[in-house]
Ligand binder design. Structure first.
Ligand code: SAH
Length: 570
């Protein structure tokens, strides 16, 4: 069965017809009042009322129509501006009987949404189990499979949020509005911004960060708005929840131009300033995502550091391991600001070292694989601080594993190449030559996937510009490949395809950064693609549940989807 369309319905001033007077009718009326609607109860003059409902009627919050239900009620008790048709009907007693069946079919005919207790077939809508915290609303439905379960899921989800998260949502909404208004003013006088830049850290266009309304479109292109999108995406919820008005003022003031970037003082009153006699700098990798992929050494460094300077891509569950007392700064890397953000981190690190702190520079994956790790090592060494470098599990080699792709496999692949998909100034780099027994992993490659794939298959301008003698051998278009996104995170996604179809696949499925591309015949060692369509999408991370759930444990299920190709685009 197709899932229902979940919506948030503005119900202010709507007329809700509640048929019945029992405790459920009372609950429905309360809910209606809560959302600004006007409940009208239909019940005969001699009906027994739930005491809360009786009180609401007495107080004038609920109107009582002292009659049995009549068809005409649907078209006479509603708002004048909608020709007196009621906005929704709740039948609260008796489930499926002749009267409720009649009301339901009448409502359907009149396009009035109707809900009948205990009779899913008679409902055109159901209510969600909701968690409400200011502007933050969370609704759960199990599509009628169990309301107790829905409420348990709601409780679990809401308890995983930091306390009073609604306040943070409110505050971030205000910031967003403020930035939008200011940027809009600037835009009225300035030229339109140029094309949206790519994200330096993921080398992807984070489509979700551009999920803004049409009118916001121009503003979203501006730096501060993008910064806000990025912190909403990458900061741990706990950090977002504790965002203060002072934080916001600093952000708004410091982002008028990249050159204005002023690092927040390390000894600001709310920050921990425990000095240590001997400053230390540790450069460590945090792995691809799941916190259990941290090394014990990095975990220990997280516990002992007094200042942590983290990359934007360091996964939230890893940041959650940081003790509360520790000062944390997350890189303010957003498109177009990579160098300024990097300089800011380095100067914060230096400042902290000079104050005697133990500084942990926490980087995503492995610090020396496209992480500017060695640059940082050199920077601190020049200033007299020699970093201890701790390795991390790189996404380049772990993402293939989590996608069931062995980068080497006897008689299939005997070498692995790790490449960037983004060359100097964002152009596609020269492609590696075709070696049938090689697995190539491209990082930072998904934002300009088509130029990379064209270059690889010898159909793009990069190939044409190559000198003929150094011209790499093109990769066959039927070479299997896979896009692995957010490897080891709960929302991991794998798209298996071939060089021929992978661009269409990514275009149609959208992007979920960070992600990488794996190319080579090793992609088919464990997963057969033949006859399974142009591409195959697998959602979710099976994780290490098997380790948690004892000898009988079964790793989490990975949901799959085949995209078939009746007409192959040859
Ligand atoms: N030092 C990191 C790489 C930094 S470059 C490491 O060793 O993993 C950033 C790129 O890494 C992203 O553009 C993406 O291609 C890749 N990446 C990082 N984390 C990833 C993940 N969890 N899943 C897939 N790709 C990831």
């Amino acid at each position: 069965m197709a899932p229902p369309l979940l919506t948030a319905l503005d119900s202010i001033g709507h007329v809700h017809l509640v048929v019945g007077s029992n405790p459920l009718a009372s609950a429905r009326c309360s809910k209606s009042i809560e959302v600004g609607a006007k409940p009208k109860v239909i019940a005969p003059a001699d009906a027994d009322f739930h005491y809360v409902l009786a009180k609401r009627i007495e107080d004038g919050d609920v109107e009582w129509i002292k009659k049995n239900f009549e068809d005409a009620h649907l078209s006479t008790l509603g708002r004048v501006e909608v020709d007196n048709v009621v906005d929704a009907v709740f039948v609260t007693a008796n489930g499926k009987n002749a009267e409720s069946t009649h009301i339901s079919s009448l409502c359907r005919r009149m396009r009035v949404p109707v809900n009948v207790v205990d009779a899913p077939n008679l409902c055109t809508f159901t209510l969600l189990s909701t968690h409400s915290d200011g502007p933050l609303q969370i609704g759960i439905t199990t599509s009628g499979k169990g309301c107790k379960l829905a409420s348990r899921i709601r409780r679990e989800i809401s308890s995983s949020l930091p306390p009073n998260f609604g306040t943070a949502v409110e505050r971030l909404g205000v910031v967003r509005r403020r930035i939008w208004e200011e940027d809009h003013r600037i835009y009225e006088t300035e030229e339109q911004a140029t094309e949206v830049e790519d994200d330096d850290a993921t080398a992807q266009r984070p489509s979700f960060n551009r999920l803004v309304s049409e009118t916001d479109h121009n503003a979203a292109k501006t730096r501060r708005m993008r910064w806000l999108s990025q912190i909403c995406e990458y900061w741990p919820l706990r950090r977002l929840a504790s965002i203060t008005d002072a934080d916001i003022d600093t952000i708004l003031q410091s982002y008028t131009a990249p050159s204005d970037l002023v690092p927040p003082p390390l000894d600001a009153p709310h920050l921990d300033t425990r000095s240590r006699p001997k400053p230390m700098i540790i450069l460590a990798g945090s792995g691809p995502g799941d916190p259990s992929l941290l090394t014990m050494a990095t975990h220990r460094a997280i516990q002992m550091a007094s200042v942590i300077l983290a990359d934007k891509l360091v996964p939230a569950p890893v940041l959650d391991l940081i003790p509360r007392r520790t000062l944390v700064h997350i890189a303010r890397k957003f498109p177009g600001n990579a160098d300024a953000a990097q300089a800011e981190l380095l100067s914060l690190g230096l400042e902290a070292l000079q104050k005697g702190h133990t500084v942990l520079r926490l980087k995503q994956g492995d610090p020396y694989i496209y992480g500017r790790g060695a640059e940082e090592y050199s920077f601190f060494r020049e200033k007299g601080y020699v970093a201890t470098v701790l390795p991390g599990i790189t996404s380049a080699l772990s993402a293939p594993l989590f996608a069931a792709i062995p980068p080497t496999h006897r008689s299939v692949a005997d070498q692995v190449l790790i490449c960037t998909g983004t060359g100097r100034r964002g152009a596609a780099p020269d492609p590696p030559t075709y070696i049938p027994t090689q697995t190539v992993v491209f990082l930072m490659a998904l934002h300009r996937l088509s130029s990379l794939v064209n270059a690889l298959t010898g159909t793009g301008p990069t190939m044409e510009s190559c000198e003929s003698e150094s011209k790499p051998k093109p990769w066959p278009r039927e070479t299997p490949c896979a896009v692995v996104e957010r490897a080891s995170c709960p929302d991991q996604r794998v798209i298996r395809s071939t060089l021929q179809h992978v661009c269409t696949a990514v275009e149609e499925e959208g992007s979920r950064p960070p992600g990488l591309l794996i190319v080579g015949w090793s992609c088919e060692v464990l997963v057969e693609m033949k006859g399974r369509g142009r591409w195959l999408v697998e959602e979710g991370f099976a994780g290490f549940e098997v380790l948690d759930s004892g000898p009988d444990g079964v790793a989490g299920l990975v949901k799959g989807k085949n995209v078939d190709s009746p007409s192959r685009n040859e």
